[in-house]
Design a protein around this ligand. Structure first.
Ligand SMILES: Nc1ncnc2c1ncn2[C@@H]1O[C@H](COP(=O)(O)OP(=O)(O)O)[C@@H](O)[C@H]1O
Ligand SMILES: [Mg+2]
Length: 612
């Protein structure tokens, strides 16, 4: 018979491991102690969900219950087919974490695990395949019981070890079995809890991810809606400005004639001046509206923005007053920007004026520059942004800030929180339109009571071609007329009548057409024509640019002068006027008209050279 006993019985008298329990009182005491140990561990298991703590407490209580100096729990690892000591009591360092091999099916641990029956061995010297730590601790007797698992597979074994002959009786075996069953329950509860926790954590992560995506989508939706709203308002504004310009063209253009006529009637002369002034204000307003609608003629060129800001800061000092400090934080390596410098100065002025109004009791205005790359990720969440390298200009004030509720509206034209007559609500909308038309981006950040930062992201000029100034137009003093023949193409009847009269009054001969088709009929006819003076935006199949193209194919020496209520894409490509194109912006004075007609007639650069 194997020296490693596996019987679930008390060794008979005379055999090793026999211990007399004749004393009934001692037996009762032992049973009580064992019951108390089970109860204590049960209570501990009810409240603990940490597996390591649970196992450590189990081996301690179990050893105590049996009066053994050592105990441990091994976990069965099916893949390695071994038992790993996961908790122990009484052992020196280096034992826990040590695998007990199962290769020998005759080992006491393997026996308990495969049969499910307790395995008692009190002559360990005869067990060969046991790890060295048993001998190192002088272990001579061990008892193993199975710890059942949740499913088919057992969790492992619970073992008590003694360096003396340890007599175990039936009660001890019962205790160990009960203890191992309780431990099995506790371990599977903890495992189920841990699995549940993993699921809960995964769920939490999924919910968090869903919330994040939802938030990003909401932000993107909001931005898209905001961009669409601005686009719609921009179109409306552009349309109104265009028509308003036509009306103003008639007023501005005729006012000089009227003024001449009533020069000897002071009361009428005063009214004429009033009309002139009102028309000028109207023209100023339409200019601002066009700026917002991204339809103002821009002349972008390579600009050293730092230098421009230093100059602008000098100009701002007297405007902002002594109580506002101006600080410039300019990046030494700031890239040049491809931007219209006049409009950029105007923008800085607008932002500074807003800052001044927000700092009635004084404060600090900081203007900062830096190169910045807006990456694809940023562009992904900001639908209006194109990824790329920009020159950033940030204008920050320490003023009263903007309430979150109105932050979304500040770029809208006519949005103002100032009293009637104090603000036009066109400052930021102009800035917005200008930056967008220039191929840049704008962001505003504000905290109530702390201040506001407006960040402009301007396109960098590296490698980009700047605006080429058309050859300086000779501008003779006074109004110069001529005798050439000018074909006027204008769809607005009122404007056409007015322009034809103006041009005739300058001595020119005129021909008139209401659209491109009519104009081509005239061009195909026998009449002599020196200059085609055409509106850009016209109803019908062709715009002014296409008409000019067709006209030049028929008469290549023809000179061209465009006019427009706004500079449309047909002349402005990416906010930039084509080199050599002459454009007379509406509304214009008679003197401007006369000057531009002469310039166009004298132009060396034929449009034929620049048309595709
Ligand atoms: N730096 C700023 N600090 C606080 N509020 C600002 C600032 N800039 C703009 N605002 C708010 O945005 C509104 C619109 O500004 P703007 O378009 O320049 O028009 P306006 O200055 O004529 O009111 C202002 O009325 C103000 O409420
Ligand atoms: Mg303003």
């Amino acid at each position: 018979m194997s020296p490693c006993l596996a019987e679930n019985r008390r060794p008979p008298r005379g055999e090793p491991g026999y211990a007399p329990t004749s004393d009934a009182a001692a037996k009762v005491g032992k049973l009580r102690r064992q019951q108390a140990a089970i109860a204590r561990f049960g209570r501990f298991a009810l409240h603990g969900l940490d597996l390591t703590k649970l196992l450590t407490e189990a081996v301690r209580v179990c050893a105590e219950g049996l009066g053994a100096p050592f105990s441990h729990v091994c976990q069965f690892r099916a893949e390695q087919n071994d038992l790993l000591i996961v908790a122990g009591h009484g052992w020196r360092d280096g034992v826990i974490g040590h695998a007990v091999s199962l290769a020998d099916p005759g080992s006491p641990q393997a026996r308990a695990l495969t049969t499910g029956e307790p395995s008692v061995c009190d002559d360990l010297q005869t067990c060969h395949d046991l790890p060295a730590f048993y001998a190192a601790h002088g272990i001579v007797s061990i008892v193993d019981v199975i710890i059942r698992g949740d499913g088919e597979q057992p969790y492992g074994i619970l073992e008590i070890d003694d360096d003396q002959q340890h007599a175990v009786d039936q009660d001890d075996i019962c205790f160990l079995n009960d203890f191992a069953n309780l431990l099995a329950e506790a371990v599977s509860t903890v495992s189920r809890w841990a699995a549940l926790q993993v699921t809960v954590d995964r769920m939490k992560a999924l919910v968090g991810e869903k919330d994040r995506l939802l938030y990003e989508k909401n932000v993107a939706d909001l931005q898209l809606r905001q961009a669409q709203k601005m686009e719609a308002v921009g179109q409306l504004t552009g349309g109104i400005a265009h028509d308003l310009n036509n009306v103003l063209t008639v007023i501005t253009g005729t006012i000089e004639i009227l003024a001449e006529g009533v020069a000897d009637r002071p009361e009428f002369a005063a009214i004429t001046r009033m009309i002139d002034e009102a028309a000028s204000r109207g023209a100023d307003l339409t200019q601002r509206l066009l700026a917002f609608a991204r339809k103002q003629p821009l002349r972008p060129r390579d600009v050293d923005v730092n230098a421009l800001l230093i100059e602008a800061a000098g100009m701002l000092r007297p405007i902002l007053g002594e109580r506002i400090e101006i600080e410039l934080m300019l990046a030494a390596d700031a890239a040049p920007a491809l931007i219209d410098p006049g409009q950029l100065t105007n923008t800085i002025r607008n932002l500074a004026l807003n800052a001044r109004d927000a700092m009635a009791d004084g404060g600090r205005l900081t203007i900062e520059t830096g190169n910045i790359v807006l990456d694809e990720i940023y562009a992904g969440i900001n639908s209006d942004v194109t990824a790329g390298a920009y020159l950033m200009v940030a204008v920050t004030d320490s003023g009263h800030g903007i309430p979150a509720g109105i932050l979304d509206h500040v770029f809208e034209p006519f949005f103002t929180t100032r009293e009637v007559g104090k603000g036009s609500g066109l400052g930021l909308s102009m800035v917005y339109g200008f930056v967008k038309q220039s191929g840049g981006h704008i962001r505003i950040y504000s905290e109530e009571g702390r201040g506001t930062t407006v960040r402009l992201f301007l396109p960098q000029a590296i490698g980009a071609a700047g605006f080429v100034e058309p050859a300086e137009v000779a501008s003779p003093s006074g109004i110069e007329g001529g005798h050439e023949t000018i074909l006027v193409v204008e769809d607005d009847h009122l404007v056409r009548t007015f322009v034809v009269e103006q041009i005739q009054s300058l001595g020119y001969r005129t021909l008139a057409a209401a659209d491109a088709a009519q104009a081509l009929v005239i061009i195909d006819g026998p009449a002599e024509i020196d200059l085609l003076f055409t509106d850009m935006i016209m109803p019908g199949l062709m715009n002014g640019r296409q008409l000019a193209d067709q006209a030049l194919r028929r008469r290549d020496s023809l000179k061209i002068l465009f006019t427009s209520g706004y500079s449309n894409e047909v002349i402005i490509h990416h906010g930039q006027l084509d080199a050599g194109v002459l454009l007379l912006a509406k509304p214009y004075r008679k003197s401007d008209l006369a000057r531009m007609i002469r310039a166009a007639l004298a132009a060396n650069c034929k449009l034929a050279d620049i048309l595709p």
